[in-house]
Design a protein. Structure first.
Length: 227
């Protein structure tokens, strides 16, 4: 009887020890919350330089990494853009060469015309909704500018030029909340809106975002490292 009682005490002690080593559901949830998922967006490095905004590719862009809008966001199209970037203390610059054989602005909605959009998250917070440092800018193939949330309409600069293969847009995006500095990370994406001539947007292609939520959230922007 004494041996059985001793065995029961040992078994009970081992059970308590085993339970104490297991994570409770609450602890597991806390652990998951403490480990955020890696950003889904693409990454690139950007060299410092101040180009002339004239729609002609400055020699400074020659060393720039080329960002291609090869991410399918919506619809079917062969249209895409190649973007080259530079930065200085006041602006992020982009030279965007769009390959598009049919240009249209038939639709009255700016986002349904052949155009590019650039979006920026100056502190790279990857937030689910826009903060004060986040902004959206749009330029169509004729150079008509339209602005989204938090756009700095005073300092934004752009030029558009129609080419033999489509059109080029060169922009200077204001860094009015977080000045440019080597080592900074900046959230960014470039988007091409495509109207194949029927008078409405038929496709979207981005560098980073797959979800068509760039105008609402910075979560799927790519990340630029300023060198």
């Amino acid at each position: 009887m004494k041996m059985m009682k001793g065995a029961l005490i040992v078994a009970a002690s081992l059970s308590v020890f085993a339970l104490s080593c297991q994570s409770t559901p609450t602890e597991k949830k806390a652990d998951a919350a403490a480990a955020p998922a890696a950003p889904a967006g693409k990454t690139a490095e950007v060299t410092k330089g101040t180009p002339v905004i004239d729609g002609i590719m400055d020699d400074l862009y020659a060393v720039s990494e080329v960002l291609v809008t090869d991410t399918k966001t919506e619809g079917e199209t062969d249209v895409y853009a190649e973007a080259r970037l530079l930065w200085d203390e006041n602006f992020l610059y982009a030279f965007i060469d769009v390959k598009d054989p049919v240009l249209s602005d038939k639709n009255g909605n700016a986002w349904e015309q052949d155009s590019i959009e650039v979006v920026i998250d100056q502190n790279n917070a990857k937030s689910r909704s826009y903060q004060l440092d986040d902004a959206q800018y749009r330029v169509n193939f004729k150079g008509v500018v339209s602005f989204g949330t938090n756009a700095n309409t005073k300092d934004f600069k752009s030029v558009a030029v129609i080419t033999e293969t489509g059109y080029v847009v060169e922009v200077a995006i204001p860094l009015h909340k977080v000045p440019g500095a080597a080592g900074n990370s900046v959230g960014f994406d470039v988007q091409v809106n495509e109207d194949n001539g029927r008078g409405s947007r038929t496709a979207i292609r981005c560098w980073s975002d797959k979800t068509n939520t760039n105008y609402l959230s910075t979560a799927n922007y790519g990340t630029l490292t300023l060198k």
